[in-house]
Design a protein around this ligand. Structure first.
Ligand SMILES: [Zn+2]
Length: 113
């Protein structure tokens, strides 16, 4: 992997991280708005709100996990191991990295997990 490639993937990772952080901020705001609503509305719509909240909590957990993978990928760029599969140590094809820059595994290892 060339310096140019590393710069490109680093940029992609940082953009993705900013996007996820923005999404997390947005969902915290809407959860706050829901709390206020709950004081005014009846039991049925409160159940709706709780259900909605658990969906967004699951989405938040997924985003937080991806953020950890992004941070780990940025660390691997620094230590020079970025782009190599963590399982089989072979280089991950650039097409796959362009689609999922934070992936720690090549396609065949990922599909064997
Ligand atoms: Zn692999």
């Amino acid at each position: 992997m060339t310096e140019e490639d590393l710069t490109k993937f680093r940029q992609l990772l940082i953009e993705q991280r900013d996007e996820y952080l923005e999404t997390l901020r947005g969902s915290t705001e809407s959860a706050k708005g829901m709390e206020l609503d709950q004081q005014r509305v009846g039991r049925l719509s409160r159940m709706d709100a709780i259900q909605h909240q658990s969906i967004s909590q699951a989405a938040n957990r997924r985003i937080k996990k991806e953020l950890q993978q992004i941070d780990a990928a940025l660390d691997r760029i620094i230590d020079g191991s970025y782009g190599d599969c963590l399982a089989c140590q072979l280089p991950i094809p650039h097409l796959r990295l362009e689609a999922i820059p934070h992936t720690p595994h090549c396609l065949s290892c990922a599909s064997n997990m």
